[in-house]
Design a protein around this ligand. Structure first.
Ligand code: HEM
Length: 509
C-alpha cells in the first residue's frame, strides 16, 4: 500500500510529466510545422520544378534583401543569367526575361494578371486609389479613360509653351550662370526640380517653381514624404512614431496634400466663375471636364483628382529627369556619340533664338536613338512591375493562379542575342531597329497598364535636350566616375551618389 507521501510524490511526478509533454508539444509543433512547410515548398509547391537559388525555394529573403540594399536590378540580371527565364526568386515568385512574357503578363487579355497588392498598396498619398494602384480591371479602365484625353499627344501639345518656359528657366537659372562663371554645376537636384515644375504646373495649374526656389513646395518636401509613403501601408501607426525623419516626412506629405486640394478647389472655382473660356484645353481643365460615357457620364471625383495628380508628380518627375541625365552622362563619356547628336541638333536648329518645338525635335533620328538607348541601358523603372498570375500560359508554361510574376526590363534590355555589347551605350543600334529589339525594349511597360505619361516624358526630354545642346557644349566634370553614376534602385533607379556634376560652356559654332 502506498503511503500518503508516496502518493503525493507519484502525483507530482505525473503532473511534471504532463507539463513536460505539453512543453515538448509547444516547441515541437511549430518545428514540425515549419519543417513540413519547408519540405512542401522545396518538393511539392507548384513552383518546385523551377530553377533558382536554394533559399528562394522556401523563403522570400532575396527580394527583400535586395530592396533594402537598393541593388535589385543587378541581382535580377544575375538571376536570369545564372538560371535562365523563368527563375524562381522567392517561394511564390517568378521572373521572366523574354518578349512573349511581356505580352502574356502585361498585354490586353480577357484574363489579365492584376497588379500585386503588397507592392502597389504602398503607392497612395491620401489613402485613395489612383490609376497607378487600382487593381480592379473595370475600375482601372474607367479612370484610365477619364485621364487618357489629357495625356494624349494632341492635348499635351497645347501646354507646350509652358514646357518651353520651364526649359528657359532651367537654362537661365542653372546652365547660363555655370557657363558664365566657367564652373561645374551639380544638375542632379535641378533636373528633378525642372521636371517637377513641369508636372506640377500641368497637374495643379500652378508650378512648384522649385528650380527658382520661389515655390511653396520643394523637391526636398517630395523626398521627405517619399520616406513615409511606401512604408506606411505596412505600418499603419507610422505617423505616431516620434522619429524626426518620419515626422518631417508626414509634414511634407501634409503640405503636398494641402497644396493639391487647395489648387484643385481654386481651379474648379475659377472654372465655375469664368466659364468655358477659362484655361480651356489645359491639362487640369481636361481632367476636370472629362466624362466617361461608358459609366453613364461619370467624372473624376475631387478625391480622385487629388490622389491622381499627386501620383503624376511621383511617377513623372524623377523618372524623366534621370533619363535626361544619363543621356548627358553618356554623351560626356562618348565624344563620337555627342558629336553626332550635337551636329544633328545644331544643323536642324542653327538659330539660338529659335527654341525647337516638339514637332521639330521629335523628327531627329539620332536624338530619338539616344533616348531609346538611354531607356534601354539606364531606364529608371527597369526593375519590373509585379503582377499576380491569373492562371494562364506565360512564356511557354502554365503558371498557376496566385503566383507573383514579372518580366524584368533590366534583363530583357541586356539580352546579348538581341542587343550585342549590351552594357555599351550604342544609339546607332536603334537607327534600323528590328521588331525583335522593339519587342524586348519596354521601359514604359506594355499593354493597358503601360505608362500613361509617355508622351509627356517624351515632350519634356526632347525640348530639354535639344535646347541644352543647341546652346551649350556640355562636359562631364572630371571628378565624376562610373561608380558615382551606378544606378541605386530606390524605386526610381538614379545615380548612386545623388550627384551629377557637369561643365557647360557656350556652344562653339
Ligand atoms: C522616362 C520617363 C518615364 C518612364 C520610364 C515611365 C515608366 C513607367 C512604367 C514602366 C509604368 C508601369 C508601372 C507599373 O506597371 O507599375 C508607368 C506607369 C505610369 N506612369 Fe510612367 N514613366 C515615365 C514618365 C511618366 C510621366 C511624365 C508621367 C505623368 C506625369 C507618368 C505617369 C504614369 C502613371 C500615372 C502610370 C500608371 C498607369 C496605369 O497603371 O494605368 N509617367 N510609367
Amino acid at each position: 500500500m502506498s503511503t500518503p507521501t508516496a502518493l503525493a510524490a507519484s502525483t507530482l511526478a505525473h503532473l511534471q510529466e504532463n507539463v513536460n509533454i505539453k512543453w515538448t508539444a509547444v516547441w515541437t509543433l511549430p518545428v514540425v510545422y515549419v519543417f513540413a512547410v519547408v519540405v512542401y515548398r522545396i518538393f511539392f509547391h507548384p513552383l518546385a520544378k523551377y530553377p533558382g537559388p536554394f533559399l528562394a525555394k522556401f523563403t522570400d529573403i532575396y527580394p527583400i534583401l535586395q530592396m533594402v540594399k537598393m541593388t535589385r536590378i543587378y541581382w535580377q540580371l544575375e538571376m536570369i543569367e545564372t538560371y535562365g527565364s523563368p527563375v524562381r526568386v522567392a517561394t511564390n515568385e517568378l521572373y521572366f526575361a523574354d518578349a512573349k512574357s511581356w505580352v502574356d503578363i502585361y498585354g490586353q487579355s480577357s484574363n489579365p494578371c492584376p497588379k500585386e497588392p503588397v507592392f502597389y498598396d504602398m503607392f497612395t498619398a491620401t489613402g485613395a486609389t489612383s490609376v497607378l494602384n487600382e487593381r480592379d480591371k473595370t475600375a482601372h479602365a474607367r479612370v484610365r479613360r477619364l485621364l487618357s484625353h489629357a495625356f494624349s499627344l494632341k492635348a499635351l501639345l497645347q501646354d507646350e509653351p509652358l514646357v518651353h518656359q520651364k526649359v528657359e528657366e532651367l537654362v537661365d537659372g542653372v546652365f547660363a550662370p555655370a557657363a558664365k562663371n566657367q564652373k561645374s554645376v551639380d544638375i542632379f537636384g535641378m533636373m528633378m526640380c525642372h521636371y517637377l515644375d513641369i508636372v506640377s504646373y500641368l497637374s495643379f495649374g500652378k508650378s512648384f517653381d522649385s528650380v527658382s526656389g520661389h515655390g511653396e513646395i520643394s523637391h526636398h518636401d517630395m523626398d521627405c514624404f517619399m520616406v513615409v509613403v511606401p512604408v506606411q501601408s505596412f505600418f499603419p501607426f507610422l505617423r505616431y512614431v516620434p522619429i524626426p525623419k518620419i515626422q518631417e516626412g508626414y509634414r511634407g506629405l501634409r503640405k503636398l496634400i494641402n497644396f493639391a486640394q487647395r489648387s484643385v478647389i481654386e481651379f474648379q472655382e475659377k472654372v465655375k466663375k469664368e466659364g468655358d473660356g477659362f484655361a480651356q484645353g489645359t491639362f487640369l481643365r481636361n481632367l476636370i471636364d472629362a466624362r466617361d460615357e461608358e459609366t453613364g457620364g461619370s467624372k473624376l471625383t475631387f478625391e480622385e483628382l487629388v490622389e491622381n495628380t499627386i501620383i503624376f508628380l511621383i511617377a513623372g518627375s524623377d523618372t524623366t529627369a534621370v533619363t535626361t541625365m544619363y543621356i548627358i552622362w553618356e554623351c560626356g563619356k562618348n565624344p563620337q556619340v555627342k558629336k553626332k547628336l550635337v551636329d544633328e541638333i545644331r544643323t536642324a536648329f542653327p538659330d539660338p533664338k529659335h527654341a525647337p518645338t516638339y514637332q521639330e525635335a521629335s523628327k531627329l533620328p539620332y536624338l530619338n536613338a539616344c533616348i531609346d538607348e538611354a531607356l534601354r541601358l539606364w531606364g529608371p523603372l527597369n526593375a519590373g512591375f509585379p503582377r499576380v498570375s491569373s492562371g494562364k500560359v506565360i512564356g511557354n508554361k502554365y503558371i498557376p493562379e496566385g503566383v507573383t510574376v514579372s518580366t524584368i526590363p533590366y534583363a530583357t534590355h541586356r539580352d546579348p542575342k538581341v542587343f550585342p555589347n549590351p552594357e555599351e551605350f550604342i544609339p546607332d543600334r536603334w537607327l534600323n531597329s528590328s521588331a525583335e529589339m522593339r519587342g524586348m525594349l519596354k521601359p514604359f511597360s506594355h499593354g493597358p497598364r503601360n505608362c500613361i505619361g509617355k508622351h509627356l516624358a517624351e515632350i519634356g526630354m526632347h525640348l530639354t535636350l535639344t535646347r541644352l545642346y543647341q546652346l551649350y557644349d556640355i562636359e562631364n566634370d572630371p571628378s565624376m566616375t562610373d561608380a558615382m553614376m551606378r544606378q541605386k534602385d530606390r524605386g526610381v533607379a538614379a545615380p548612386w551618389d545623388a550627384k551629377f556634376l557637369i561643365r557647360p560652356t557656350p556652344a562653339k559654332r
